[in-house]
Design a protein around this ligand. Structure first.
Ligand code: THG
Length: 366
């Protein structure tokens, strides 16, 4: 049980989530995030077979508006935004002056002078406001009343067509369209924190939230639509990173395998952490995220990172782990030192219930 208070925010979808029988929450950006409805394997199988509606309101937005918005956004991320179109979403690492990861949001570009950052679990608003103020930029930076609702799973498109029309089929991956809903219109993007396919609806105005929720459930009964949430097993199989778990301010984007989202030497951008990143790129990172399989029975829940050992010496850590029914092994995400990160390397992982054999894999499972 979590003690409720003003500090721990409910979401505009909480009545729907409660009515659907949520059984566990976590806290993300000081907001409730459902983590379980039935049991994790039932939720997992359902996500991979049908369609789920996720209350991911905790993916709070940082809105940046004004003449200096585009230059501020480009300062914030090492990803080159020069070619980004007005209907695009980009996954953007945000780093400090040492190239330490501060957040890994999805950026939504409305126009050159209006952007949203749909953030992971850290207080990015404070960093962005501080920078804007310190650099005397002509922008406003604030948290708008925007609550994303994700529709994920193989039947997601079928359900979305019924509520938003055939236009949803034309939305490409990480693009969006503003689509009508009753008297409103919402940003609808083909995105979401799973690899099962789907959309995210950015519901503007909490008073409209339950209307959208109810329409989706009303339209999708025969598709076996259920309330769901990001699934630990599926997101590890997919290699989707979780800020605060798989990476922190101690890690660079190169260590996180996010080098493909960072500009190279030929790009002409200016951003925070550029020098640190260039140095690290020249030398190569000293450790990196790897998919890891862990032998044996289902592992216990992970509360703190588990050490990875080679001949009794620590060479990394596992930061997320779960039993995968589809791959009949424990799937995990780890950070492994360069000398031991090649595929096929056998290590030991120190779990609370004993040491296990762990293998560094060449790729994630999905
Ligand atoms: N959607 C939105 N906001 C978010 C998340 C989201 N904020 C918090 C958190 N998730 C941020 N982290 C991620 C991590 C991975 C992805 C998106 C957000 C993701 N990655 C794809 C992949 O790795 O395959 C593709 C990225 C790309 O190619 O651009 O989707 O889920 N709104």
């Amino acid at each position: 049980m979590l003690s409720q208070s003003r500090r721990l925010r409910q979401t505009p979808f909480t009545p729907g989530v409660e009515n659907a029988g949520v059984t566990a929450y976590t806290v993300y950006n000081r907001m409730l995030l459902p983590t379980l409805f039935r049991d994790i394997e039932t939720d997992y199988r359902h996500l991979k077979t049908y369609v789920q509606v996720w209350d991911v309101s905790c993916q709070r937005s940082v809105e940046i508006v004004g003449p200096d918005a585009a230059s501020l956004i480009q300062k914030l991320t090492p990803r080159n935004l020069q070619k980004m179109q007005d209907d695009q979403c980009y996954y953007v690492p945000i780093v400090d002056e040492n190239a330490g990861m501060l957040n890994d949001p999805v950026a939504i570009k409305h126009s050159q002078d209006r952007w949203w950052l749909s953030i992971a679990d850290s207080d990015l608003l404070l960093w962005v406001k501080g920078l804007a103020l310190g650099a005397k930029l002509d922008v406003q930076v604030f948290e708008p009343d925007v609550s994303p609702l994700a529709v994920q799973g193989p039947k997601a498109e079928e359900l979305m067509v019924r509520v938003f029309g055939e236009a949803v089929c034309d939305i490409r991956f990480f693009r969006y369209q503003r689509l009508a809903f009753e008297q409103m219109s919402f940003v609808v993007a083909r995105s979401g924190y799973s690899k099962q396919g789907g959309f995210e609806i950015y519901v503007e105005g909490g008073e409209h939230a339950m209307g959208v929720w109810n329409r989706l459930f009303g339209a999708g009964a025969d598709l076996n639509v259920r309330a769901g949430c990001p699934n630990l097993i599926e997101r590890i199989e997919a290699g989707l990173l979780s800020y605060g778990n798989d990476m922190t301010m101690e890690n660079s984007p190169l260590e996180c395998g996010l080098g493909k989202y960072c500009a190279g030497p030929d790009d002409t951008i200016e951003c925070i952490g550029q020098h640190a990143l260039e140095t690290e790129r020249a030398n190569g990172p000293s450790r990196q995220i790897r998919p890891i399989s862990i032998q044996g029975d289902p592992v216990p829940p992970l509360h703190a990172a588990w050490d990875l050992l080679k001949d009794g010496i620590k060479v990394g850590q596992v930061s997320s782990a779960a039993w995968s029914p589809d791959f009949s092994t424990n799937v995990a995400i780890g950070m492994v030192d360069a000398e031991h990160w090649h595929a096929g390397t056998i290590l030991e992982v120190r779990t609370p219930t004993g040491d296990r054999r762990a293998e560094v894999r060449s790729s994630f499972w999905l």
